[in-house]
Design a protein around this ligand. Structure first.
Ligand SMILES: [Zn+2]
Length: 346
């Protein structure tokens, strides 16, 4: 095997085919360990280990390291060992693009796992010969659980450049295929129509709760007023304070729902506006260096959900008033809007 001429990952992959595995041993609990394929890391430390030369490394307590002839014979000669170290050092110093070190991951915070909903952040992993940049799946690490098994989601890591490319291509497809855009808009409208009754009944429920809370507050106030002077009113004040806080929260929630139902009732996706926005986004992305793409993506894309064979893209689409007697003037509104985008090529 001319392993010193090839790359480490290839060498590593070819070892099991040649019947080569790492050291097999029995640990102190009597369990058989090892005998597995080399990992890149273990292969590297093996290749740079002077034990191969029949040399023993002795580490003194004061930190100094000395070498001695080992009881085992060397299995390779000095020359081969030196050339190997030279090759490994060259691999390590192979030119790396500057932006690998400071890659800005323009899709960070937008990417989530379609299977478990967890966000995926930008990560970099160092292989032997190159650095991989990817949007990785967070591992399940619960310190209180004895269960340290990794997550079961199918899509683990997605290379950063590939995902960025897929998102851009999906957006371009929306522009190129008018049927696709119409389909997305139809799905949105069907969803909006089915959502409206829910929102309205939730509004009614909050109205009722606000009424009850207000009544309870005024009852408590009345009781405090009627209280004989020798009885402390602290407990009543505390209750009133809590109910007032709840009232504030109810009002905020109602305000939210009101905006939502108004949007659902009166706003429609402004198709031409959306096309314009996508076109402008793509043009801006094409002009911008990576480290400036994040705000450009975020202006249009709300989320990117990664599924095994599909991406689900959520977009912020411009809206206009539904043409019911109005002139359909676009407003400054914006609606969340999402659909699946098939991943076709690998
Ligand atoms: Zn997941």
């Amino acid at each position: 095997m001319k392993w010193h001429r090839t790359k480490i990952p290839q060498t590593r992959n070819s070892l099991p085919e040649n019947g080569i595995y790492n050291k097999k041993y029995t640990n102190k609990h009597g369990l058989e360990k090892g005998g597995k394929p080399f990992s890149i890391g273990s292969l590297l430390s093996f290749l740079s280990n002077r034990h191969l030369l029949g040399i023993r490394i002795i580490r003194q307590k004061d930190g100094t390291v000395t070498e001695a002839k080992a009881s085992w014979p060397g299995i390779i000669d000095e020359m081969t060992f030196a050339r190997t170290q030279e090759r490994l050092a060259k691999n390590k110093n192979r030119a790396k693009p500057e932006d690998w070190k400071t890659y800005s991951f323009p899709l960070t915070e937008l990417v989530q796992c379609g299977e478990c909903g967890k966000p995926r952040g930008g990560k970099s992993g160092t292989g032997q010969n190159r650095k991989h940049l990817y949007y990785g799946h967070p591992q399940i690490k619960n310190p209180f659980s004895r269960d340290h098994k990794p997550h079961a989601c199918k899509v683990k890591n997605v290379l950063a450049l590939r995902l960025e490319d897929l998102v851009t291509k999906s957006l371009q497809k929306l522009l190129d295929d008018p049927n696709l855009l119409n389909e997305w808009i139809e799905i949105y409208q069907r969803k909006a129509e089915s959502e409206l009754p829910q929102v309205q009944s939730e509004q009614k429920r909050l109205d009722q709760e606000q009424l009850t809370t207000t009544k309870r507050i005024s009852n408590l106030v009345q009781r405090v007023a009627d209280l004989p002077p020798e009885i402390p009113a602290d407990a009543f004040y505390e209750q009133i304070k809590q109910l007032n806080q709840k009232l504030g929260e109810l009002k905020a929630a109602k305000e939210n729902l009101k905006t939502k139902s108004l949007d659902l009732e009166s706003q429609a996706i402004d198709k031409e506006g959306l096309k314009f926005k996508i076109r402008r986004t793509l043009a801006n992305l094409a002009d911008a260096p990576k480290d400036q793409q994040k705000p450009i993506f975020r202006n249009l894309v709300k989320f990117i959900e990664i599924n095994p064979t599909k991406l689900k893209l959520g977009l912020y689409a411009p809206t206009q008033l539904k043409a019911t007697g109005t002139d359909g003037q676009p407003t400054s509104g914006s609606q969340d809007f999402s659909n699946f985008s098939e991943i076709s090529e690998r």
